[in-house]
Write a protein that binds this ligand. Structure first.
Ligand code: F6P
Length: 358
């Protein structure tokens, strides 16, 4: 079978492990041929491709990024964008397309599926917020990077009697903040799911210091929201600029700096910010992500040969299963309530005996 493949959206540790697994199983077990479209959907729009074979995937398992490169190109925004993609697939005699991406990339895959293209999806995002799957690959690596950063920030916070604010990625969901915050022993964890009261954050820190602690760690997701008018946007996420990308997203970032300023103002404790940014997305995937990415790749190529089109490989419990793409893109998966309970359980309590946050 002749199979096309692309990686779309923000890059993610483990993309190369997925590509390698698909090509190896496809070549060794099914005698497939592969075409790699470059830079996400742009590769189909502009007919940019490379042949993918066993030699092209040699040695890529531990490498971050993606040998196919990526972009946030959205063909559905152009009048004839989807038709152009279909024409490129036909030109390359591609029978099935495997799209590796988050909700944006997979929403285009779904549109092509509705137009009769045979597609299979694989969930990718460090944000871990795609519906229908328990974990996306790349998330574990991002959490480990963030946790190590929090550990390092801990010792300098302790040495200087400071409050340290660590801003992590997480546009609509606070998975990275919640996992790394719990793993790193943060004192306050702020996530997009729960708009926060800056007064309560300050009070939590004051209370902690009043009982003898002289430093605090705050972990905040970039998409977390003040419940009151503190940042540039009332009640909304803090943005770097108001321009929108092809999928209608603003560029987030900067909440850590504003939060640090507000904490220092309210508590008089010296406060600093660290923004982890793209460091969370770069570099080699963890062993967990290499295994998960490999399992997704194997799951997807098997789905291709079982004719499970318009579907995505998903992790349910500890099994890779096939779910409709439509289900995966229907909802943005929020942080589980029980995980929020865990974080609340380890936070300092306010004087009214109610947990401060989230
Ligand atoms: O991949 C998702 C994500 O990490 C979001 O958390 C973040 O807002 C976005 O990517 C930033 O991506 P970029 O700066 O590469 O467009």
């Amino acid at each position: 079978m002749r199979i096309g493949m692309l990686t779309g959206g923000g890059d993610c540790p483990g993309l190369n492990a997925v590509i390698r697994a698909i090509v190896r199983k496809g070549c060794f077990h099914y005698q497939d041929e592969f075409v790699g479209f470059l830079e996400g959907w742009r590769g189909l729009m502009e007919d940019k491709s490379i042949a993918l074979d066993l030699s092209s995937v040699g040695g890529i398992l531990p490498r971050g990024g993606t040998i196919l490169r990526t972009s946030r190109t959205n063909p559905a925004k152009k009048a004839d964008g989807l038709d152009t993609c279909i024409a490129t697939l036909e030109k390359h005699m591609v029978e099935v397309l495997i799209a590796i991406g988050g909700d944006d990339t997979l929403s285009v895959a779904q549109k092509l599926h509705e137009q009769g293209v045979k597609v299979v999806g694989i969930p990718k995002t460090i944000d871990n917020d795609l519906g229908g799957t328990d974990f996306c690959f790349g998330f574990d690596t991002a959490v480990n990077v963030a946790t190590e950063a929090i550990d390092r920030v801990h010792t300098t916070a302790e040495a200087h009697n400071r409050v340290m604010v660590v801003e992590v990625m997480g546009r609509d969901s606070g998975w990275i903040a919640m996992y790394s915050g719990i793993a790193g022993g943060a004192d306050v964890i702020l996530i997009p799911e729960l708009p926060f009261d800056i007064e309560k954050v300050a009070e939590t820190i004051r209370l902690r210091h009043a009982r003898g602690r002289y430093f605090s760690i705050v972990v905040v997701a970039e998409g977390a929201k003040f419940s009151s008018d503190v940042g540039p946007q009332q009640g909304g996420a803090i943005v770097q600029d108001l321009g929108l990308d092809d999928f209608g997203h603003v560029r987030l970032g900067g909440i850590g700096t504003i939060l640090a300023r507000e904490i220092e103002k309210r508590t008089s404790f010296e406060t600093r910010t660290v923004v982890l940014g793209h460091i969370q997305r770069g570099g080699s995937p963890t062993a967990f992500d290499r295994v998960l990415a490999t399992r997704y790749g194997i799951g997807a190529i098997d789905m291709v040969h079982k004719g499970e089109f318009g579907c995505m490989a998903a992790l349910k419990g500890n099994k890779i299963v096939s779910i409709p793409l439509a289900e995966a893109i229907a909802t943005n998966r929020k942080v589980d309530a029980d995980l929020i309970e865990v974080s609340v359980g380890i936070l300092d309590k306010l004087t009214d005996d109610k947990p401060a946050l989230p």
